[in-house]
Design a protein around this ligand. Structure first.
Ligand code: 7RM
Length: 576
């Protein structure tokens, strides 16, 4: 405490007057193929200007700003301009529905929303501004909306509330004296799924977060001055915050930003861009790698990929087969792979190899990063023997750890620090893992009620509450089933209120309903209607049994606490 800094100054001004001043900070490629290069000096101009615009609007230290944008440079400018004036950004992934956006805006009481008319995805326009309008209909606290013109699709501008980015731009000075904020000043809130129906607003602060992001980016990607770094994560996820924006810009790196889908116009878009822009580092998710494998080697073999020198993965456990393919087909056996384990809550990479230093094993994140002290423990918090599974905890604090859940300190303590009463200082990750004889960590996956679908965290409770908000649904239970492509697929069991008939049309209606409530990423892969759900005598849905049924079609596990066994027989008979 007591130290002061400005995060945006540390990402921008510190490079001015050095050889990096005219270096590309961002190389942007839109899905239609438009390319823009923005140097550190130019990015600084843009951020300074927007900082003035914010201040003229009365948006300053501590105010919350929601960012709902495509992957375009203005999104990065918006984040850094918030940091510059001490405003707290909450970036909401563009794939979330108006309903989900509204909840997040209301939870943190954002008074400014920054968006675009639309964004390109597989040749189509995602209508972001229209979604913002719907969200704001239920979020009366929003005073201003700044709109970037990206796609030129028609939008409705509300007089006195909505302003075009370009018009707000005119006249604002392009230098801005950055004020220093306390090291613990809030930097951003990022909503993430937990084990209850309501997403949690993970709060990160300034100095510790930036240190974690910067130091880890430097060592894990072994950054060199001439690197051109490509992380395919959207800035709506924590990976985009730490390893597109803050960690890389603080290091003065060149970041490649791509707006669209990896298979547009063809499934070789990434490889084509890597060659054309001479990209040197690729950081992506296992689910993307499995898609590339499925699309076929020919799309990869059309390209040289000889600029690449380092590969990374994040988001979920990588199966050894995908790891080997990545190493051979993309890295040509020349490039080290860093499998990086971390979370929205940890803010920066926690378990990872250091390339060229730590020997890797396909599927393992290997060893902890500097200052990180993880342990595998049993239910009492005692260290588990090597090679036996347990719960993954972080036993010591580190700079980039989350500070609280926005507006809910009690939930923060309960969620993360109450799992082991004998060790109130152990942070519980929610992951199951084991350590092998060499001390290497192998993450198995979530052991709480959180699913990891294509690297996206989704709480079963969120899906269930979306389903039961449909007028025909009585009860719902969501479980994960292993899926070759997505890691986990989403299976939901639904019982209907009396008087409603099951049908394929209703299944489609329910899928779309979840899409509207949360976003397309949460649409169930399989919907199964049931006459009843298996419950304990105290009325708790036994998801464990449903998960077994969804996975193997059988239930062999312990059913002694089940209240009514006939339900299981009926469920099995109902199989599609
Ligand atoms: C960065 C991010 C966090 C959850 C985490 C794990 C899983 C992430 C890995 C991984 C195995 C990895 N943040 N996870 N990285 N599992 N190996 N390298 O993903 O908050 O969205 O998700 O993702 O279960 O708890 S997140």
């Amino acid at each position: 405490m007591g130290g002061k800094l400005n995060v945006s100054e540390n990402c921008l001004d510190r490079h001015l007057g050095t050889a990096r001043e005219n270096k590309a900070a961002l190389i942007f490629e839109g899905e239609p193929g438009d390319v823009r290069t923005i140097t550190y000096k130019q990015l600084h101009f843009h951020v300074c200007r927007l900082a003035h615009i914010f201040e003229n609007m009365g948006v300053g230290a501590g105010d919350r700003v929601a960012i709902y944008m495509p992957m375009i440079p203005e999104a990065v400018v918006a984040m850094l301009a918030c940091a510059r004036v001490g405003a707290v950004h909450t970036v909401v992934f563009g794939g979330f529905s108006p309903e989900a956006l509204k909840d997040r805006i209301n939870d943190c009481k954002a008074k400014l929303v920054i968006t675009a008319d639309g964004g390109w995805r597989r040749g189509k326009v995602i209508e972001l501004k229209a979604n913002v309008d719907k969200a704001i209909a239920g979020a009366p606290g929003v005073q201003t909306v700044i709109v970037v013109k990206r796609c030129g699709n028609p939008v409705n501008m509300v007089e006195g509330r909505d302003v075009w980015w370009k018009e707000a731009w005119a006249g604002a000075p392009n230098t801005h004296a950055a004020k220093a904020f306390d090291s613990e000043h809030p930097l951003f809130i990022l909503y993430t799924s937990g084990s209850t129906g309501k997403p949690k607003g993970v709060l990160h602060t300034s100095a510790g977060y930036l240190l974690g992001a910067k130091l880890s980016a430097h060592y894990v990607f072994d950054l060199k001055e001439n690197d051109r770094y490509f992380c395919s994560a959207d800035i709506g996820w924590v990976t985009g915050h730490s390893y597109v924006v803050y960690g890389l810009l603080a290091n003065g790196a060149t970041v490649f930003l791509y707006e669209g889908a990896p298979n547009h116009p063809e499934p070789d878009r990434f490889w084509e861009m890597i060659d054309r822009h001479g990209l040197t580092i690729l950081y992506t998710a296992p689910t993307a790698i499995r898609s590339f494998m499925r699309w076929g080697d020919n799309y990869v073999l059309r390209h040289r990929l000889d600029s690449l020198r380092l590969l990374g993965t994040v988001g979920e456990p990588i199966n050894p087969e995908a790891w080997m393919w990545y190493q051979k087909m993309i890295g040509k056996k020349r490039c080290p792979i860093v499998d990086t384990w971390w979370q929205t809550e940890t803010g920066s990479i926690m378990i990872t190899p250091l390339p060229g230093v730590i020997p890797t094993k396909p599927g393992s994140g290997t060893l902890p990063f500097f200052g990180v002290v993880p342990k595998i423990v049993d239910s009492d918090g005692n260290e588990a023997p090597r090679n036996s599974g347990g719960k993954l905890v972080l036993t010591r604090p580190y700079p980039s750890m989350l500070r609280t859940l926005w507006g809910d300190d009690a939930r923060y303590k309960k969620q993360y620090y109450s799992e082991f009463p004998a060790h109130p200082d152990y942070y519980f990750t929610g992951d199951g893992a084991r350590q092998d004889k060499d001390g290497y960590f192998w993450i198995v996956g979530r052991i709480d009620d959180v699913l990891n679908i294509s690297g996206h965290r989704i709480g079963t409770a969120e899906i269930e509450s979306a389903l039961v908000s449909h007028p025909k649904v009585a009860e719902a239970a969501a479980v994960g089933r292993p899926d070759e492509l997505k890691g986990q697929a989403l299976v939901v069991f639904v019982t209907l209120k009396a008087g409603h008939e099951t049908s394929d049309a209703l299944k489609e209606e329910l899928r779309n309903h979840v899409g509207r409530e949360i976003g397309s990423l949460a649409k169930p892969d399989t919907i199964r209607f049931a006459a009843g759900l298996p419950k304990t005598r105290s009325g708790k849905i036994m998801r464990r049994l449903l998960k077994e049924l969804a996975t193997s079609g059988e239930i062999k596990g312990d059913t002694t606490t089940l209240e009514d066994f006939s339900i299981i027989t009926a469920l099995k008979a109902d199989e599609e």
